[in-house]
Design a protein around this ligand. Structure first.
Ligand SMILES: *Cc1c(COP(=O)(O)O)cnc(C)c1O
Length: 370
């Protein structure tokens, strides 16, 4: 039997992509805000219903740049979640800011908003929450706290492309939101990302920041980097957008099959669907409670691997335990995140995953039950 990878990138037909990039051979304009870039930007502003989208060569640099654009004081404290990809914490630290780790909600694994206020000090300048697995954070409570204490809010919305809360696009919350368009995400531009926001003044700053700080032919305003999305990435995005609805519908069918096979099993905890949320079915996390299930997360991971099935310990380890931080953070301050990170697996999930494969994966998991 063939191997099943944890993810498989969505791609348009070969001919469709070739058609899309044809004109690049006429124009010889390959990057620096070309026509494909402009088209994709307009399509995304429309789809995400947000005033501004600035495109990036990847999501991480988008997050790094938007944090830099907030003019936060060096050494300022940023409240964030350790239950995330390295990128979130690294973007904070690489901006000479100090992450302060807030624990997560035991049901949806997003930042536990009831624990934010106790972490605020006179150095706190921002909150960087993560819509983890596409689950929407408690955006209302986060907004209330941010207003009360005068804090910036930048969402790591890497997982939440297309997700809506009470009919509002996740692109619209906080001071800005970052989406990743990496190959493994629900919508991809090969590599890519964006910052979404409504503040007009931020457009020029971010556009300059991703292009060396160059404002005009003879004006370099500040020391920027290079993080521009190129035309081939944008063309891939334009093609993939055409098929987004069908891709999400196929993911939904996979998730429903997983739920029907795995719900109600003692020791298996599935993340409930959120009310008021239009989901994107980005990930399917499963938590294994070894005392009830009879097998640990690692045993299930190994059993799947033996059958050529790739699951992912996502997110493990927590970012506040990374070697690169040399024990600077106390993991015991985020006990729920620690508990979940030791027990969670995300199962293979992509649009073209067959129902036979889903059933095969579930059979292996259920065989682990003792
Ligand atoms: C993918 C991801 C990123 C970074 O995105 P890239 O486009 O790979 O740079 C950031 N945060 C989270 C939570 C992610 O999953």
């Amino acid at each position: 039997m063939s191997n099943i990878l944890v993810t498989r990138s969505s791609m348009p037909d070969y001919e469709e992509y070739c058609e899309e990039i044809k004109e690049l051979w006429d124009s010889h304009w390959l990057t620096n805000m070309g026509t494909k870039h402009k088209q994709l930007q307009a399509k995304l502003e429309n789809l995400l219903n947000v005033p501004h989208v600035v495109l990036y060569t990847n999501g991480h640099l988008a997050l790094e740049n938007v944090l830099a654009a907030m003019n936060l004081p060096k050494g300022g404290e940023v409240i964030t979640s350790p239950f995330t990809f390295a990128s979130t914490t690294h973007a904070i630290v690489r901006n000479s800011l100090n992450p302060v780790f807030c624990d997560i909600d035991p049901t949806y694994y997003t930042m536990d908003a009831t624990k934010i206020e106790s972490l605020i000090t006179d150095k706190t300048c921002a909150i960087v929450p993560v819509h983890v697995y596409g689950n929407v954070c408690n955006v209302e409570e986060i907004e209330r706290i941010a207003k009360k204490y005068g804090l910036k809010v930048i969402y790591d919305a890497a997982h939440a492309f297309g997700v809506k809360y009470k009919g509002i696009s996740t692109a619209c919350f906080g001071d800005a939101s970052m989406y990743s368009f990496h190959a493994t995400k629900v919508f991809n531009t090969i590599e890519g990302g964006s910052v979404c926001f409504s503040n007009d003044a931020l457009v020029q700053t971010l556009n300059d920041m991703k292009n060396f700080g160059i404002r005009g032919p003879e004006t370099v305003e500040f020391v920027g980097g290079n993080a521009k999305m190129n035309e081939f990435q944008a063309a891939m995005g334009i093609c993939n957008l055409r098929h987004l609805d069908e891709e999400v519908a196929k993911r939904k069918a996979v998730v429903e099959q997983y739920r029907s096979r795995l719900s109600g099993v003692d020791g298996i905890i599935l993340c409930p669907t959120q009310s008021d949320v239009e989901p994107n079915y980005a990930y399917f996390p499963v938590v294994f409670e070894p005392t009830q299930f009879g097998a640990t997360r690692n045993e299930v991971f190994d059993a799947l691997a033996e059958q050529g099935i790739g699951a992912r310990k996502y997110f493990y380890p927590l970012t506040n335990t990374f070697d690169c931080f040399h024990g600077a953070y106390d993991v015991n301050q985020t006990p729920v995140a620690l508990h979940i990170s030791k027990r969670v697996l995300t199962l293979p999930l992509y649009a073209d995953l067959s129902m036979d494969d889903v059933n095969r994966i579930c059979d292996v998991i259920l065989c682990c039950k003792k």
